[in-house]
Design a protein around this ligand. Structure first.
Ligand SMILES: C[S@@+](CC[C@H](N)C(=O)[O-])C[C@H]1O[C@@H](n2cnc3c(N)ncnc32)[C@H](O)[C@@H]1O
Length: 177
């Protein structure tokens, strides 16, 4: 799958963009960046929310060729996009261990399902109250998301979660510790 162009569909990206604009999000972590398509929407939203500076999208990717392609796409999209993205190259289980911002507004989980729960675990301590987590394909990949959904859908847990009827299902969860 290393060279496969798999991106979040445009309708999902537009929804995510609106969510970020609606809650004035500043800091985003993207779990799974690939060729950097969804990252463009994330970067535009937080950058436009905070034109004076301080907006940030932490992107994560371990395939070197994809990293190169993503950077190319961001250059093409322009300086407004480039300036807010911090790409952490390598296995996110290492690259997200340190140096996360203290208040994360939004987490996009768009990665092979079994990687999603460990990723949430790494970021969870830094999520702001009311932070939104979007997870792609939670209907089609429900079984493979077992560990993650056990956390997000636990009625006694820290998240309130709803499955949106986008293609394959898309989970919208709110962190309310
Ligand atoms: C579904 S794609 C992301 C698509 C992207 N969000 C978009 O819409 O353009 C998931 C990506 O996660 C990357 N990935 C998988 N496991 C990873 C890991 N442990 N660390 C960093 N990246 C990883 C894969 O190489 C793949 O490119």
């Amino acid at each position: 799958m290393a060279d496969k162009f798999i991106a979040l569909e445009q309708d999902k990206c537009l929804f995510v963009y609106n969510l970020l604009r609606a809650n004035n999000a500043k800091t985003v972590v993207e779990i799974g960046t690939s060729f950097g398509v969804s990252t463009v929407y994330l970067a535009l939203a937080v950058g436009q929310n905070h034109p004076g500076g301080g907006a940030k999208v932490i992107a994560t990717e371990y395939e070197k060729e994809k990293v190169k392609a993503a950077r190319g796409h961001w250059e093409e999209a322009g300086e407004d996009v480039v300036k807010v993205i911090e790409l952490r190259e390598g296995d996110l289980r290492e690259t997200l261990k340190d140096g996360l911002p203290d208040e994360i507004d939004f987490l996009l989980l768009d990665i092979w399902a079994p990687m999603a729960a460990p990723a949430l675990e790494l970021v969870k301590g830094k999520l702001k109250k009311g932070a939104i987590i979007i997870t792609d394909n939670t209907i089609t990949a429900e079984a493979r998301y077992k560990d993650l959904l056990a956390v997000l859908r636990d009625p006694k847990g820290a998240f309130r979660s709803v499955t949106l009827p986008y293609k394959g299902g898309m989970e919208m969860s709110v962190y309310l510790p």
